[in-house]
Design a protein around this ligand. Structure first.
Ligand SMILES: Nc1nc2c([nH]c(=O)n2[C@H]2C[C@H](O)[C@@H](COP(=O)(O)OP(=O)(O)OP(=O)(O)O)O2)c(=O)[nH]1
Length: 131
């Protein structure tokens, strides 16, 4: 049976209404695809705490996870992802790239120009429709 992973992803918007997008590196699983930064929720961990921890670990930046934007389940060939996108705001420092290949800020209308991890497509569509 396929493993199901609970994953949280941050929707972070800046003062220019741009959204933070991260490119998975060639070394990561689901390589060379764009995602919203975040990661796996540990066993028993609160989803908001998990997102704040992941962004701190991954981008050396403190955020406040605010509310759930979208939740969906996506079945990949090898595993199933329960992806929870959570709106968040930066409270300290600027996101720094470490394991990702690139970090960019993009307007909603340009989000479709990237090649997204398949599980993220419903989130991208909802963001584009939102405004
Ligand atoms: N963080 C994040 N992961 C996503 C998104 N969409 C999506 O399919 N994923 C997948 C990629 C990974 O298989 C999993 C998240 O794991 P992770 O980001 O903690 O990855 P990791 O480096 O710990 O794991 P791995 O690449 O070593 O397998 O969810 C997304 O928008 N954000």
């Amino acid at each position: 049976m396929k493993k199901t992973l609970k994953v949280v992803a941050a929707i972070i918007e800046n003062e220019n209404n741009e959204i933070l997008c991260a490119l998975r590196s060639p070394e990561m699983s689901i390589p060379n695809m764009w995602e919203f930064p975040g990661g796996k929720v540990d066993q028993g961990e609160d989803i908001y705490a998990a997102l704040e921890r992941e962004i701190d670990e991954e981008m050396n930046c403190k955020i406040k996870a605010e509310d759930i934007f979208h939740e969906n389940i996506h079945e990949y060939k090898e595993l199933i992802i329960q992806l929870i996108a959570i709106r968040a705001r930066i409270v300290e420092a600027t996101p720094q790239k470490s394991e990702h290949a690139k970090l960019i800020w993009l307007n909603r209308e340009n989000l479709n120009s990237l090649i997204w991890a398949p599980a993220d497509i419903p989130i991208v569509e909802k963001l584009i429709k939102e405004k």
